[in-house]
Design a binder for this molecule. Sequence first.
Ligand code: ZN
Length: 134
Amino acid sequence: MHHGAVAAQPDRAARLRAVVARDGDTCIWCGRPFAGLIPPTTEHVVPRLKGGPSWLENEVAACHRCNSERGHRGPVEWLEECLRRGWKPDEERLARSLTSLAAAIAREGGQRRARPYLDAQLRRLRRRGRSFAA
Ligand SMILES: [Zn+2]
């Protein structure tokens, strides 16, 4: 995979630590704090299947249950499903992640497959009627 001008990315474990340091040690989808029985896993906001890059901007931490149950669902669709289930998904964190990924793609170029997917997710998130001042 070509990362264009992006600097070398840290390895997977280091990225997960960086994501948890950035976002806090709770699952983005259910809000449960990470602990021994709920270890954090790396989740791609734009799935790799949809061309999402393995960049910190495209990664959040989720518990194993949420990560695997989301499957190939889009992040905003899955957020809405989490709300229906009565969980406590972190909508602001998702908005931050999507907007920072959009900024990173604008900066670095490329990611032609991820762009339309990301744009659709951002539109869907905005339609939810929230404002996302950074
Ligand atoms: Zn979870």
